[in-house]
Ligand binder design. Structure first.
Ligand SMILES: Cc1cc2nc3c(=O)[nH]c(=O)nc-3n(C[C@H](O)[C@H](O)[C@H](O)COP(=O)(O)O)c2cc1C
Length: 179
């Protein structure tokens, strides 16, 4: 073994990584969406999911103030949209519109579901933890949804074989498992 920097060791571990879209509403009640790779299940009963959101993200403000969010699982049909929602945009740019996402109201929260996604989870914020430059937001799942048509899960990939590259932007490569 050899000791390396955190970044070098992480580069061995961090791909492939499944990515999700997170939606919430901003202080004016406007829907907001961003891409996230850092997520985990944390409980079966009740069902809970946690995400880590950078403190400087607008999404951080949205979740902190609305106390709710949706985790939406993008399929292979949304590779480019995952990059769009993962890149900084002008404050007045509406990514929901840019990506032509049709929104569906949730049953329990105001944050919208994204109809094109493979699965979605309506989450009520039940806890949070300050973890350096990100905050872990823990959501209790109030409702779960799936799309009628099955979709292939999108993953953040590196240079490994076995994946089909669908979209690339900056340091990010988004793909699916090669069939
Ligand atoms: C593949 C990918 C994964 C990302 N994962 C996260 C993440 O887990 N947490 C996070 O805070 N930002 C993550 N980002 C970055 C945000 O999506 C990005 O900074 C976005 O512009 C934040 O939007 P906002 O500031 O408008 O809310 C990711 C971006 C990409 C492309």
């Amino acid at each position: 073994m050899k000791q390396v920097t955190f970044k070098e060791a992480m580069s061995v571990w961090n791909t492939p990584e499944r990515v999700v879209l997170v939606t919430s509403i901003d202080p004016e009640g406007k829907p907001h969406v961003m891409t996230a790779g850092w997520k985990m299940r944390t409980s079966f009963k009740p069902p809970m999911i946690a995400i880590a959101v950078g403190k400087e993200r607008y999404m951080h403000k949205c979740i902190s103030e609305s106390n709710e969010f949706v985790i939406a699982v993008p399929g292979a049909n949304l590779a480019q949209e995952v990059l769009t929602c993962g890149s900084p945009q002008d404050k007045d740019t509406d990514r929901m519109e840019m990506c032509q996402f049709s929104k569906k109201p949730g049953n329990f929260i105001k944050a919208p579901l994204i109809q094109k996604c493979a699965a979605s989870f309506e989450c009520k914020l039940v806890g949070q933890m300050d973890t350096g430059d990100h905050t872990i937001f823990v959501g209790q799942v109030l409702a779960s949804w799936i799309h009628e048509e099955p979709k292939q899960n999108l993953v953040l990939i590196g240079d490994e074989s076995g994946y089909e590259l669908l979209a690339e932007g900056g340091p990010y490569k988004i793909g699916v498992v090669r069939k």
